[in-house]
Design a protein around this ligand. Structure first.
Ligand code: GDP
Length: 453
């Protein structure tokens, strides 16, 4: 396999920039561009040793650097690895990378280091995917859940389920393939109980997926309401910035403003939409159309109402859009005398929350309502969590196959048919962990990584 190199630190100026080189030739490549102060070649160093020296490109010094040597298999990728830690300027790290490429390394593909770690048996697919989730984690719960997966929580859970099924498959196979041998017959109720346990564990994982995803990936959230109810003020309060323009002229939030905020442990991707009012203004009407579209695709809707004014047609126009969605009614401006009749809101929305965005009152009850509506209040980041759609699809396929096996046995179909279903469930679970994933699945997963990881 080729020796690869990439900048592994972020594409911005920083204290340190690291160029990572991995592969059979990593030490030779590094020795061609790095001269240590001690005069020792990196090839002479054992693993986990470091040397101070200078990196050269076309015989000119580029930067002073520390070279850290990792010897196969004790490295991130399982191959020989050299990490050159230089001063973190973008120009400098790019020069160091150029030096490595000119010395015989090839540019790493996105996620190629982690892919090699997987192919060399350093980690299963759930752990590789957890690496990606940790990089993109924006909140404490997300990081905790991803770290748990990296630590093997999901892998052990899935292996536990497939282990039971493999035991069952082996017994079924023995019984089906060697009917004449004196193999003890597995009673139906024993088989059914293994299948029921597997189905229950898989169902639990699947049921937790939505709240897990809310925690891990964040939630598309639309803030809607007629003009002047306080959407921009609320958005600014949640994000802690002055991004939305707050004015008293109706219709000033003309387009969609997007921001993220961590609310109740969940990352919300907020968009403050133009009010949904009829308008002749061309620019504003585009904003209104986009707001409607956002409403349709958002996972969470925060519908804002003005406590100091009676409910109007424009307010009511939101109701049908909020039905069958995770929607919270926010009655704002509670610092002013109340004119809004809120009874009808209780019938339309999962939750009604009273706040004063201007006076920063009621934010806590809003956080709580969001966590409850999204199911993240009860989310346990120390339990095994499915991290993405791919893993969900594998689990769902496994559950379907287990249920099919259960139905087949209960309705008296022959045992070899049961065995086929059990094998299919095992295959799905092995695909999830990567024990049996096809090359295209593996390539797809790692292509979503950043270069250098
Ligand atoms: P938007 O059009 O829905 O985005 O509304 P804005 O956030 O621009 O707010 C419209 C006006 O209402 C501004 O003058 C805000 O200062 C005011 N406002 C927002 N929230 C409150 C509140 O909780 N209480 C009071 N009294 N005024 C508010």
């Amino acid at each position: 396999m080729s020796t690869i190199a990439a900048i592994s630190t972020g594409q911005a100026a920083g204290g340190i920039g690291i160029v990572r080189i991995s592969g059979e030739n990593a030490l030779n490549v590094a020795d061609r561009i790095f001269k240590s102060v001690s005069g020792l070649k990196l090839n002479e160093l054992s693993g986990y040793r470091a040397a101070l020296g200078t990196v050269f490109l076309e015989e000119k010094p580029v930067d002073e650097a520390i070279a850290t040597v990792f010897r196969a298999p004790k490295s991130y990728t399982g191959e020989d690895v050299v990490e050159l830690s230089c001063h973190g300027g973008l120009y400098v790290t790019r020069q160091v990378l150029r030096a490595a490429l000119s010395a015989g390394a090839v540019a790493a593909e996105p996620g190629e280091f982690t892919k090699r770690a997987f192919l060399n048996g350093k980690m299963d697919l759930t752990k590789a995917e957890a690496v990606m989730s940790i990089i993109s984690a924006q909140g404490e719960q997300a990081k905790a859940a991803a770290l748990g997966t990296l630590d093997g929580l999901l892998y052990r859970k899935i292996s536990g389920i497939s282990g039971e099924l493999k035991g069952l498959a082996a017994s079924l196979a023995a019984w089906v393939d060697y009917p004449d041998e004196e193999i003890e017959d597995l009673p139906d109720d024993k088989i059914l109980s293994v299948l029921e346990n597997a189905a229950s564990s898989l169902s639990d994982l699947i049921a937790r997926f939505d709240s897990g995803r809310a925690v891990l990936e964040g939630v598309d959230t639309a803030i809607v309401g007629k003009p002047n109810v306080g959407k921009s003020t609320l958005m600014n309060l949640l994000t802690g910035t002055e991004k939305s323009i707050v004015t008293e002229i109706a219709g000033t939030t003309r387009d969609i403003v997007e921001e993220t905020a961590v609310v109740g442990g969940v990352v919300l991707r907020l968009c403050d939409t133009a009010g949904l009012r009829e308008t002749d203004d061309k620019v504003e009407s585009i904003g209104v159309a986009r707001a409607k579209q956002k409403l349709e695709t958002a996972t969470l809707i925060l519908a804002v109402f003005d406590a100091s004014a009676p409910l109007e047609k424009q307010d009511k126009a939101l109701f049908p859009l909020c039905k069958e969605k995770h929607a919270i009614a926010i009655v704002n401006k509670t610092d002013l005398p109340t004119k809004l009749d809120t009874k009808i809101l209780d019938t339309v929305f999962n939750k009604v929350v009273y706040i004063s965005a201007k006076e920063n009152n009621g934010l806590q009850s809003l956080e709580q309502a969001i966590a409850e509506v999204l199911g993240t209040a009860a989310f346990d980041s120390s339990a095994a969590t499915l991290m993405n759609e791919r893993q969900l699809a594998c689990c769902s396929a496994a559950l379907d196959a287990v249920n099919e096996a259960h139905d087949a046995l209960s309705s008296g179909v022959t045992r070899d048919a049961v065995q086929v279903c059990v094998d299919s469930a095992i295959e799905s679970l092995d695909t999830l962990t990567g024990e049996r994933a096809t090359e295209s699945v593996v390539n797809e997963i790692f292509s979503r990584f950043c270069v250098g990881k």
